[in-house]
Design a protein around this ligand. Sequence first.
Ligand code: 3HC
Length: 687
Amino acid sequence: MKHPVRLERQSGVAVIAIDNPPVNALSTAVRRGILGALEACLSDERITAIVLAANGRTFPAGADISEFGQPLQQPGLPDLCDLIEASDKPVIAALHGTTLGGGLELAMAAHYRVAHEDTQLGLPEINLGILPGAGGTQRTPRLVGVDAALDLMLSGKPISAQKALEIRLIDGVVGDDLRETVKALAADTDETKPTRDRRDCLADGAHYMSRVSERRRQNDHRFAAKKIIDCVESALLLPFDVGIEVERDAFSECLASRASAGLRHAFFAERRAPKFPELKQASARQVDRVGVIGGGLMGSGIVIACLSAGLPVTLVEEGETGVNAALDRIGEHYKRAVSTGRMTQGQGTSALNYLNLTTEIDALRDADVIIEALPEDMVLKEAVFAKLGRLAKSGAVLASNTSYQNVKDLADAAGRKTDVVAMHFFAPAHRMKLVEIGVTEDTDATAVVTAHSLAKALGKIPVRATAQPALLGNRILQGYRKVADRLLLSGATPAQIDTAMRDFGMPLGPYEAQDLSGLDVSWALRRRNTDWPAPLDLELADRMCEAGWTGQKAGQGYYVYPDGRRTGEPNPDMLKMLADERADKERSVFAFTGQDIRDRLLCSMINTGAQLLEEGVASCASDIDVVMLHGFGFPREKGGPMHQADALTPHHVARLIEGLAEVDPDLWSLSPLLSKLATERQKFEQL
Ligand code: 3HC
């Protein structure tokens, strides 16, 4: 095995070079390597200065996250930082790439830091529900002051090398030849190292304490944020070594928290999802032009995503009215981007220059990927795919943004089964990061990989699914809404259900969400298609649509929105309609707590997720989590429904569902996979 740390000597300067691709994470082997190299340097009288650097694309991007949760192997990163700081030979860190987390902490322990001008530096631990645990909470405020330190640690966002120089996080920035420049600097040092006054940050203690109190008053609900503020306060009030002890305890508490487990799960799940098996079988075709059919809300969002990624687009709309409406929608986006300073006028104009808007479907002849984004009308879609089958160039990928229809039928209509996939975006498509790619048994690996590479080029996270109506997310959503409707029929109100789910961490409850997106969309689907989505067993939504209460845009839905307000009050007419339906159906009414509601809705997501795995629609449980995190706003610190199932244990979830099935046997049917995991006391992550 290649050694992950190399030691080179050149006259009096030693270079310790970390070499652990892809991101030089500070794994046990790397830490051991650095320790060995440091000890060798310190005991070698010929060496007068040490350069700490990294090969490949970056200085370490942090501790090795995959080692978290396992017993800590020596040497720990904090000890390594102490050893560097205590070295009587000057240590200069040469930074490049993404110098993050433990990587930056290692650099802060060095006596000087010089970065390449393109370096990004940051302390993103908060994104994983933890805090800098190798002295970062104590060294950062001493180096850059409390304000900048709290900004770095609480935002988790990286800063540029130039900004890092301004706040004195680093000592120098260089253009080219970082390693040689730093080696020359090291050769020039007069063998003295700066002694760091560890009380530096107490210089303006009263001011800094007020900043700490201010951050505390902002009441950041994240556990790790509270702990970071506590640690920075300790840096102000306590000697360094005691502050380090405070940090160590806080780090352990954060690492053991459920939020950190959920966030770390999300980190790896997002990176696992795009690893489609087809990537080993085929290479993507070049995509020089994308075609989009339908410039409604979804189609326009897809067009904007492509234009913003610098991809030329041909958008086909019906008639002059359709063309003008689409142009207004897309133009409005760029106008707003310019007026809010997110884009210059020139950038906005040049993005629009890549757009060819037409009513002629023939204009799609030269497109490499064509995405149909029409309303969910199968007759219309099949007619379009039949045309595409005839006119699209050989090898073009024919994709449908459908969330409900069977892509196999579209492939049949096109007569080019190998070229057809689903590419299901989430609204607004230019902002939401998720794209479900639905693959039929006939889809060619090259078509899959090309759709995947387009999704990546648009900055999206592609998740693979076997092409089935509703793919992953909408299958789960349908079960979720069904269970919510049953709760309504059995005595809960929309407001109770929405509040319970917001308390769980969802951005909106199911009924607020329907009011926002419009009840008429799924009403139209239900009327058009008797098979899918399955008819509701609560008639309330249909009755509401018949009455014209289609949600926010109509001024009333499950809530009323007087004077165009965006937050509503419960709709008394809807509650009367609901009470009438309960009475007609002679339903008994029960009182539900928020926990009852959350248990049922979470169990529904987990049970449908398990069914999707059984059916082979989802490749792995963590893919389902990525879909729920990025498509439906499932709270990230909870990791996703399947991660929640593992945290609660499948055994516990199965017992809950069995209990629910006793009361509502027509609604609940325990997934055999979930039942098996429960019996064998296994978890989804072990599948
Ligand atoms: N530990 C382990 N693996 C890591 C890692 C880390 N810190 N950072 C990235 N990786 C892995 C990824 O899982 C991925 O693996 P894969 O190829 O098997 O899927 C590979 O490195 C490449 O990562 P990305 O796909 O994310 O590559 P990008 O180029 O898009 O992004 C990055 C690079 C900006 C470094 C991004 O990976 C990132 O943000 N990493 C996390 C950084 C971080 O959170 N650091 C703090 C860690 S916690 C810490 O340091 C605690 C300390 O205070 C004690």
